[in-house]
Design a protein around this ligand. Structure first.
Ligand code: PLP
Length: 279
């Protein structure tokens, strides 16, 4: 089964998937993206992803219409791939123009779609938990917009990788925000906390799904800021994203989280999340 590439109106082989050096995504990081996941050719929470995409486009004044056309395109790309378990990358930039900071009016946005098979993550990361590192949050003031400007995230994740960790838990002024490519939750005395959905974090689709599960299960949950100290003293830590779903973090830098094993609430969430993906 093939990986699928689509650029500006046509499906193509990977060699043909090219854009101009004058694309503002390349020159300025002027664009937004989404990563969606399909289970059995069904895209999980597609409407949530499109809502965030539309809000992101509006926030940076990229005018693309109709967004529903993009939905049909990614469904077509997924169908062409034939993958049951797929990751779909969708990127929209402002388009192509001579390099100038101030964009021209009425530009034609560039649309890129790529579909690949969702890699199976090592089972022991879910069974035993994974390691994360602490890293300063070096990002800008509008992290709720899913822009393609990911340099601080890639620097943080590269450091995590160098230290054999799966994620970098980022913090600013002593407050834990989120991770390089996922949201983070803590559990203390059976109560769950995660950073509020404001401009300091990406409003993850998986984060929202987990909040729904917690509320359905009547587990107390607060969308409230928490400190690095609280993180290091809690009983459970887990991260959420389209790619990992729910993953336990059992080590931060060289310190075990709680008793060093995935906790009960994390285990429940892993199970319930999986249930939703098949249902
Ligand atoms: N936070 C950041 C910085 C991310 O890049 C991502 C996903 O790419 C997430 C959180 C998780 O978002 P979602 O659950 O929508 O995949």
């Amino acid at each position: 089964m093939p990986d699928i590439y689509y650029v500006n109106g046509r499906f193509t082989e990977p060699e043909g998937a090219v854009i101009s050096v004058e694309d503002r995504g390349f020159l300025f990081g002027d664009g937004v993206y989404e990563v969606l996941r399909a289970y059995g050719q069904h895209i999980f929470r597609i409407d949530e992803h499109f809502k965030r995409l539309s809000q992101g486009l509006e926030a940076i004044n990229i005018f693309y219409e109709p967004v529903s056309e993009l939905k049909s395109l990614i469904l077509e790309a997924l169908r062409r791939s034939g993958y049951d378990a797929a990751l779909i990358y969708l990127q929209i930039t402002r388009g192509i123009a001579k390099r100038a900071h101030v964009p021209q009016k009425g530009m034609q946005p560039t649309v890129v779609i790529m579909v690949c098979e969702a890699p199976a993550l090592p089972a022991e990361l879910f069974r035993n938990g994974a390691k994360a590192i602490l890293y300063p949050d070096l990002r800008w003031a509008k992290c709720h917009i899913k822009t393609i400007q990911l340099l601080p995230n890639t620097i943080a994740l590269t450091q995590a990788h160098a230290e054999s960790a799966v994620e970098a838990i980022m913090h600013k002024n002593g407050i834990v925000t989120e991770c390089g490519s996922s949201n983070v939750f803590i559990v203390k005395n059976k109560k769950v906390k995660t950073h509020p959905a404001d401009e300091a974090i990406l409003h993850g689709v998986s984060r929202k799904t987990v909040l729904e599960i917690l509320r359905n299960q009547e587990v107390p949950v607060l969308e409230e800021e928490f400190t690095v100290e609280e993180l290091l003293e809690c009983d459970e830590v887990f991260i959420t994203s389209t790619r990992v779903e729910v993953m336990p973090i059992t080590k931060i830098d060289d310190k075990p989280v709680g008793n060093g094993n995935p906790g009960q609430i994390t285990a429940m969430l892993m199970e319930e999340f999986r249930r939703l993906t098949v249902g």
